[in-house]
Ligand binder design. Structure first.
Ligand code: E4P
Length: 204
């Protein structure tokens, strides 16, 4: 399973990348705003891409399909590592299809059901991001959703990669791994929690 770091914090990205712990990065507009404020985020994306040898998800903020495609092209031009993130809406899936036709990789985000996930696959999504923690927050089973998507994609031979997102603790990562998610994205805090075990400390 590939491990992505869910942050735009360059110091955290360099630390994890230099230790060889991560395969890529995911960001979202809130994470970018935390480091860029109102400034143009392109510089941030470029620095992230230069710090990591792997996919870097950069999300569009437009809500209409044409606006998303325009933004997606601009983002993709920043660096070959960029994967454009579009939301799981009609406009988002239209934008996904257009961007994929130009060979741009797309991470379809904000997925909360297996039927949404199959529509994203039909639009050519490179990655589908089910949000586990946010499902749990409303009393539904986030990991159950990852399991359903895995099974449906396997059943129909769909190549879109399942990217378990909104992971809040090591148990989420463990379960996503056992279910067979292709990738998991986690905040820095959870990444370092994965390293910890009391018996390792005692052994030292
Ligand atoms: C990843 O692509 C998402 O932006 C992220 O995992 C969302 O996590 P949250 O639900 O903790 O905001």
């Amino acid at each position: 399973m590939k491990i992505f770091l869910d942050t735009a914090d360059l110091a955290e990205i360099r630390r994890a990348s230099e230790a060889g712990l991560i395969d890529g990065i995911t960001t979202n507009p809130s994470l970018i705003a935390q480091v860029a404020g109102d400034a143009d985020p392109r510089g941030i994306f470029l620095s992230i891409c230069e710090a990591v040898d792997g996919p870097v998800s950069a999300e569009v903020v437009a809500l209409d399909g044409e606006g998303m495609v325009r933004e997606g092209y601009k983002l993709a031009k920043i660096h070959d590592n960029i994967v454009v993130k579009t939301p799981l809406t009609e406009h988002g899936l239209r934008a996904c299809r257009s961007l994929r036709a130009e060979g741009i990789r797309v991470n379809v985000t904000l997925c909360f059901s297996a039927v949404q996930a199959i529509l994203a696959a039909k639009a050519g999504a490179t990655y589908i991001s089910p949000f586990v923690g946010r499902m749990d927050d409303v009393g539904q089973s986030g990991m159950g959703l990852v399991e359903e998507i895995r099974s449906v994609y396997d059943e129909y031979g769909i190549e879109t990669e399942v990217l378990a997102a909104s992971l809040r603790h090591p148990r989420h990562v463990h379960e996503a791994m056992l279910i067979g998610a292709d990738c998991a994205t986690l905040p820095p805090k959870v990444l370092y929690q994965l390293l910890k075990h009391p018996l390792t400390d005692r052994g030292l």
